[in-house]
Design a binder for this molecule. Structure first.
Ligand code: GDP
Length: 300
């Protein structure tokens, strides 16, 4: 899992300076907030999110909870921690299960975001909890995507539904519908629909994803985003929200040198919760997302 190297180090330094002070003046707090602001901007957190965050921290830090605290610096750290948890979504949001199975999960996102890998990870995780997911291969854009999905399905030990004559060759909407029908017929309790991405935001891709969504009415649409894309995360997320809309977010590649920006911006910018974090190429490198644990890692 990401250590948010620079961001963590900057915040740690800022708090070290603060702890050396004992009682805090308004100007100590101002300079601390300025440091936090700089650290967040350097980590590629969206400007509006940074402004909102530092505004809240500043207001609280200037209030009674700090001036009356036995250890004011510690209290400021506590406030930053609480506000980080808050921008990461507060409470953990779990996957929604359909009242009548199968629960249908659709994955959407740019090419290379990690959707196909995630399909395998989710399937393995669900299988480990006694579920019987079916993976449905609707990425007919990337030459290798169907084979790649079959490979991850095999690794996860779950079934896959792929386009073949009769299963809707060339038509991802038909494959999605037929895949869901197959899941019902064979009593799979989860369906995970992998969809096509493009290297950049593209109207045709959005329409295809929106059509699949309309056709199978998923319980969850998970927007999969590479945490390494930094500042682009916000525009990409907004485009997918407009084009397809989604119920939750999955952050991938948090094992890399993520600067933290996407992780910290995405919830505030989209209003959608982060459900999972992907932390490597292996199918086990995956975990439900806990805002409080992520905040602790950042402040570690
Ligand atoms: P898709 O185009 O969205 O289906 O993306 P893929 O699932 O094919 O993933 C693109 C590349 O990213 C592959 O080489 C994956 O092995 C890699 N990948 C996916 N998730 C992660 C992750 O969490 N961490 C790292 N380091 N690599 C990942």
């Amino acid at each position: 899992m990401a250590t948010f190297g620079n961001l963590s180090a900057r915040l740690t330094d800022t708090f070290k300076n603060l702890r050396a002070k004992g009682k805090l003046s308004a100007s100590d707090i101002d300079s601390t907030v300025r440091e936090i602001r700089r650290a967040l901007l350097e980590a590629d957190v969206a400007l509006d999110v940074v402004k909102d965050f530092t505004g809240k921290v500043r207001d609280r830090a200037l209030g009674d909870e700090v001036s009356e605290a036995l250890n004011p610096a510690q209290q400021v750290v506590q406030i930053v921690n609480e506000e980080l948890v808050s921008i990461l979504g507060g409470e953990q949001r779990r996957l929604e299960f359909a009242k009548n199975p199968p629960t249908i999960i659709m994955l959407a996102g740019l090419q290379g975001a990690g959707k196909t890998t995630l399909a395998g990870k989710l399937a393995k995780w669900l299988k480990g909890q006694g579920h019987t997911p079916l993976l449905v291969a609707c990425d007919l854009q990337r030459p290798n995507a169907v084979t790649q999905l079959s490979v991850v399905a095999e690794q996860a030990g779950v079934a896959v539904f792929a386009p073949e004559p009769g299963n809707g060759v060339g038509d991802p909407v038909k494959v999605a519908k037929n895949g869901v029908a197959e899941a019902k017929a064979k009593h799979h309790d989860f369906v995970i629909v992998d969809t096509a991405g493009r290297l950049g935001v593209d109207a045709e891709m959005m329409k295809q994803a929106a059509d699949i969504r309309k056709a199978v009415n998923p319980d969850e649409v998970l927007f999969v985003i590479d945490a390494m894309i930094g500042q682009d995360a916000v525009a990409t997320a907004k485009a997918f929200q407009e084009g397809v809309d989604f119920t939750g977010v999955v952050l991938t590649k948090l094992d890399g040198d993520a600067r933290g920006g996407a992780a910290l911006s995405i919830r505030s910018v989209t209003g959608r919760p982060i459900l999972f974090a992907s932390t490597g190429e292996g199918l086990g490198d995956f975990e439900p997302f806990h805002p409080d644990r992520m905040a602790s890692r950042i402040l570690d």
